[in-house]
Design a binder for this molecule. Structure first.
Ligand code: ADP
Ligand code: MG
Length: 566
């Protein structure tokens, strides 16, 4: 039978897979297992909606079988199977979104290392195989078909024999090279390992015949040195099927959560906070979220990708679903599992899903309330959290023209001149003097420098608390916020500080200014082009002179603006 050619774009992807220099070739197994699981889902769903299909839930399974003599690895399922047309359509073209996403991403980034993040699909089998055979019989059909391909030169489909519906995929593994030991995929230990790593929550048992040792029958009563052992084979289920987040909370220890987090998200520090929540409603879901104990090394760079894992009833549909997290909480890691996300949902469609939006909104509120409660009940932990991720919260205040004000204003902290520590805005307000109208702040490079500014001296002397702003974003964030609890923010270098000068004081300073008019004018001329005005100030204590700015911007802020590329 003549070989058929792959469609052009499939061929490109296939070439990519075959010539992949990618180190995570092992993900092929995850892909084939999740396809098997999808196929069982489809049939199971059909059982549910159309009534009897003659199969009961507990007969569904995925089998793995390795044969060293033939160098083959088989992945078998008793799911929907594929008709001849479907074999052609599904395996001859990149029809499916997972592969499509991948392809586009590759083109965009020109980078091979991202394969692991995507469902790369069926073609990943070619990363490890010289030849791939797919024997499939669709549910409700009598004829089975065999799809075979040795790679880029095309594929063939022939009639074949198969009992029962489902699909059996046989991989003939490539020869080992110095760099790649493909034969390790025939190794029971390795296979078990890969299943627990990638496919542990597949809801159907993934089974394999495993060789084990046991006492020979009749040996039980013998002395230890006389006991004899024999090997035997037993069908073993390799995956745990019930994911941690589906267990009842009372069964889960802190250590379970911490280990789960560290393994799944490749962190070596315990999370600062675990949020495990079940929500029933228009959209029901379980979320297991973690606030990392430290910022990832690339957190404040372009390389960092936010997102939560998205599962549909225990099956991973997306590894980093960005739409589930607002930017200001992008540090949160974790997952969402919802049975309400439709079963065969396409990954592309998903981004526009209304249900996702609803989940995202609730998660945002939940994260905020958990952070607030940490702030109240475990101050040290919160401060540590804030040192890791506070910058992001402050960017969030500024972002979107203050659209996230209400979400974030209670979460941000600034260094306080009186407390010598980070404080929240409401703490500041609670300590304000009776007649005080403004929240005072001063900007500078660091706390020590700000503390020595002539502008802070007077306010400190009069016993006002000042917030010291040391991050470039701080002042912009406060400007965006405009007020907190109806108190306006005021820079210590603002012209009018509102600190209740008496009538006499005012008259006195006006008089002095009048008297010094010529001197000030002379100074201004001498500094022409450097300053716009020279004034007498009633604010200076031990310093002879200070620089100040006109309007809403402080000198620090002007510096930031001037340093920005235009
Ligand atoms: P995706 O899983 O993202 O759809 P894949 O490349 O993994 O993309 O698979 C392509 C298509 O091939 C699947 O959508 C499915 O229709 C079909 N398919 C793959 N494996 C199986 C299987 N074991 N049983 C039935 N259909 C399968
Ligand atoms: Mg797939």
């Amino acid at each position: 039978m003549a070989k058929k050619q792959f469609k052009a774009e499939s061929k490109r992807l296939l070439d990519l897979m075959i010539n992949s220099i990618y180190t995570h070739k092992e993900i092929f197994l995850r892909e084939l297992i999740s396809n098997a699981s999808d196929a069982i889902d489809k049939l199971y769903y059909r059982c549910l909606t159309e009534g009897d299909t003659g199969i009961s839930r507990d007969e569904f399974c995925i089998r793995l079988e390795a044969d060293r003599d033939t160098r083959t690895l088989k992945i078998t399922d008793n799911g929907m199977g594929m008709t001849k047309d479907e074999l052609e359509k599904n395996l001859g073209t990149i029809a499916k979104s997972g592969s499509l996403d991948f392809k586009e991403e590759i083109e965009k980034k020109d980078e091979i290392d991202i394969i692991g993040q995507f469902g790369v699909g069926f073609y990943s089998a070619f990363m490890v195989s010289d030849k791939v055979s797919v024997l499939s019989k669709a549910y409700g059909e009598d004829q089975a078909y065999l799809w075979e391909s040795s790679g880029a030169d095309g594929y063939s489909i022939t009639e074949a024999e198969k009992e029962g519906c489902g699909t059996e995929i046989t991989l003939t593994l490539k020869e080992d090279t110095d760099d790649d030991k493909y034969s390790e995929y025939l190794d029971t230990y390795k296979i078990k390992n890969l299943v627990t790593k990638y496919s542990d929550y597949i809801r159907y048992p993934i089974q394999m015949m495993v060789e084990k040792n046991r006492l020979k029958p009749g040996c039980e009563d013998k002395k230890p040195e006389e006991q004899e052992y024999e090997t035997y084979s037993e069908l073993e289920t390799l995956n745990s099927m019930v994911p941690l987040w589906k267990k009842s909370k009372s069964e889960i220890s802190d250590e379970d959560y911490n280990n789960f987090y560290k393994e799944k998200f490749f962190d070596y520090t315990d999370p600062a906070k675990v949020i495990h929540t079940d929500v029933e409603g228009i959209v029901s879901y379980t979320a297991l979220l973690f606030i990392p104990g430290q910022a990832p090394f690339n957190y404040y760079t372009k390389d960092f990708e936010k997102g939560l894992q998205l599962y549909s009833s225990g099956v991973l549909i997306m590894d980093k679903c960005a739409d589930l997290l607002p930017d200001h909480f992008s540090f949160v890691r974790g997952l969402v599992d919802s049975q309400d996300l439709s079963l065969n949902i396409s990954r592309e469609m998903l981004q526009h899903d209304r249900q996702l939006k609803a989940i995202a909104q609730r998660l945002e509120k939940k994260i905020k309330s958990e952070l607030l409660s940490m702030q109240k009940t475990d101050r040290d932990r919160y401060v540590k959290f804030f040192k890791n991720f506070g910058l992001q919260l402050k960017y969030g205040l500024y972002d979107g023209f203050g659209a996230h004000k209400d979400m974030l204003k209670d979460l941000v902290m600034f260094y306080s001149s009186t407390e010598k520590d980070l404080v929240t805005l409401s703490e500041y307000v609670s300590r304000m003097k009776h007649e005080q109208k403004n929240i005072y702040y001063a900007s500078g490079e660091n706390v020590e420098k700000i503390d020595k500014l002539p502008q802070t001296e007077l306010l400190k002397d009069k016993g006002y608390e000042i917030l010291y702003l040391t991050d470039d974003i701080d002042e912009f964030a406060l400007q965006m916020l405009q007020e907190f609890d109806e108190k306006e923010f005021k820079s210590v270098s603002a012209e009018d500080l509102d600190i209740g000068e008496s009538k006499e004081e005012k008259e006195e300073s006006e008089k002095q200014a009048e008297e010094s008019k010529d001197l000030l004018e002379f100074m201004k001329e001498a500094l022409e082009g450097k300053v716009s005005e020279v004034r007498l100030s009633g604010r200076l204590k031990s310093h002879p002179v200070c620089l100040t700015s006109k309007g809403g911007l402080s000198i620090e802020m002007e510096k930031v603006l001037n340093s920005m590329p235009t």
